[in-house]
Ligand binder design. Structure first.
Ligand code: ADP
Ligand code: MG
Length: 477
């Protein structure tokens, strides 16, 4: 047919219609409702019209578009092409690449075939849940290494670990929300990803969203800007498990907080699992409304404490095994002793010495470790001050901090003072005279004597030795 050369393709026709509509409805509505429409099929029947099918990712959108725009689309189509066109709107997961394993995905997604799988009104089991596409859009990637298997459990994190496992394994929501909190680099994100991995494996049909509070805010602000808060709400409120990391960043942002609060309530009311992390407990969150703080504390609040020497040792051993390198026990102990700030730094230190050893082709020794990590070791060193030691020791023995500087010689204060001097020598890089000065201007020989005395007592008295060990650990953390 010669005529067919001048007939625009269905896609071209749709572009024309879409442009007209865009001018009519305005930018915001266009972005929310029309831009997401994708032309999936169409038959061009010249003469008595054509038939086109549009896809949207959710049922909600389908109803809205069908209710508000379908007639107009048909009318414009007729105007633009002179042919009557029947438009049908269906729910279809948009064609996206098959997710990488690092993404939390919901269903094991079938490859999208060019064929349609429209949601038929007579069949009430849609092939693909509407959330699938949405969830994939907003969830952040997961680190494949952050699994329960790779998580080393110790005293400081056993509660958080047990709670996370419970959430991941339970059939019914065990507590809502699970609120994990602790300092930076202690495993909050790791545990959240582990929950997501686990649920994804056991229940591929569940939709799991993991994202940082910052991302959540960003999404929300963007939705506000495009006036697309409807689909924002829909996206978040249709999930099975919502995990928001580092929620302290929500503090002070009223509108986002409000939205978060509503989303949170909606999900909890529907008995969907919510998992939250923050660097502080709910009640200590700054700039967060009272009602929100109290709501966040309704479920299980599990804190992750600073690491202990044992946990650091365990983590180093586990990581070394994963890296498949032999590291001398002395080096492992040295690192566990020295890198006390957090697990991320500990891991970083290990990676550095392993990388160094591989690069220069030398085996790992205590000496190379000290060399490679000297900057890190210094900054970890500087963490404990003599003042902190004095305060901690005074608390521990129930004496006044001023007794650290006083000249009182009673055993009840003299012994703790000696212990504090001993710890100052071992945990800081201060010289003996410097330490002496901080203890009420004492001579460096007094400090030396204290160090010797404490060493003696330690070797003769296991209980005393344990006490010192305990203090050391508390101070290192
Ligand atoms: P946070 O989110 O609390 O700041 P992350 O979860 O990002 O900390 O943890 C920092 C790093 O330490 C990650 O690489 C993580 O895998 C590791 N890590 C934390 N806790 C553990 C643990 N108990 N066992 C093994 N690795 C851990
Ligand atoms: Mg984190």
């Amino acid at each position: 047919m010669a005529q067919s050369e001048v007939i625009p393709s269905i896609q071209q026709q749709w572009d024309l219609v879409l442009n007209r509509l865009r001018a009519e409805v305005g930018e915001a509505a266009y972005r929310s409702w029309l831009k997401p429409l994708s032309l999936v099929t169409g038959s061009l029947v010249t003469g008595n019209g054509s038939f086109v099918r549009m896809a949207v990712p959710t049922r909600f959108m389908r109803d809205w578009v069908a209710g508000n725009y379908q007639d107009r689309i048909q009318a414009l189509w007729l105007e633009e092409t002179g042919a009557s066109t029947q438009v049908e709107v269906v729910v279809l997961q948009p064609a996206r690449p098959v997710p990488k394993p690092a993404l939390i995905n919901v269903k094991s997604t079938p490859e999208i075939t060019p064929e349609l799988k429209p949601e038929s009104p007579t069949v009430n089991a849609p092939v693909i849940t509407p959330q699938v596409a949405e969830v994939r859009k907003i969830t952040a990637p997961l680190d494949p290494r952050f699994t329960f298997d790779n998580f080393v459990v110790g005293k400081p994190n056993e509660l958080a670990y047990a709670a996370a496992r419970r959430v991941a394994d339970a059939d019914a929501v065990p507590f809502n929300p699970l609120f994990l909190y602790g300092g930076v680099g202690l495993g909050k994100t790791h545990l959240m990803h582990a929950i997501a991995h686990q649920i994804r494996t056991a229940h591929p049909e569940k939709s799991v969203i993991y994202l940082s509070a910052e991302k959540f805010m960003y999404q929300f602000v963007r939705a506000l800007r495009t006036k697309d808060t409807m689909s924002f709400k829909e996206e978040f409120r249709s999930v099975d498990v919502l995990m928001i990391d580092d929620v302290q960043f929500i503090g002070g942002r009223e509108a986002t907080q409000e939205e978060f609060f509503h989303t949170f309530n909606a999900l909890v009311d529907q008995n969907r699992q919510v998992v939250i992390s923050a660097d502080k407990s709910p009640s200590d969150l700054e700039g967060v409304e009272e009602r929100m703080k109290s709501r966040l504390g309704w479920g299980l609040v599990a804190d992750i404490h600073p690491t202990t020497y044992e946990l650091r040792l365990g983590i180093l051993e586990s990581k070394a095994e994963q890296l498949d390198v032999a590291i001398p026990q002395k080096v492992v102990e040295f690192l566990a002793h020295k890198i006390t700030s957090n697990i991320r730094e500990l891991e970083g230190a290990l990676n550095r010495i392993v990388a160094h050893a591989t690069l220069v082709g030398r085996s790992i020794s205590l000496e190379t470790t000290q060399e490679v990590l000297h900057d890190l070791l210094r900054s970890n060193d500087r963490r404990v001050t003599i003042e902190e030691i004095q305060k901690k020791v005074a608390e521990h023995f129930n004496i006044r901090v001023s007794d650290m500087h006083s000249s009182r010689r009673a055993r009840a204060v003299a012994r703790p003072r000696q212990i504090a001097m001993y710890l100052s020598k071992h945990l800081t890089s201060r010289s003996l005279p410097e330490i002496g000065r901080k203890f009420g201007g004492r001579d460096h020989t007094t400090v030396m004597h204290a160090v010797k005395k404490v060493d003696e007592l330690k070797s003769g008295d296991p209980e005393f030795s344990e006490d010192i060990e305990l203090l050391t650990r508390m101070l290192e953390n």
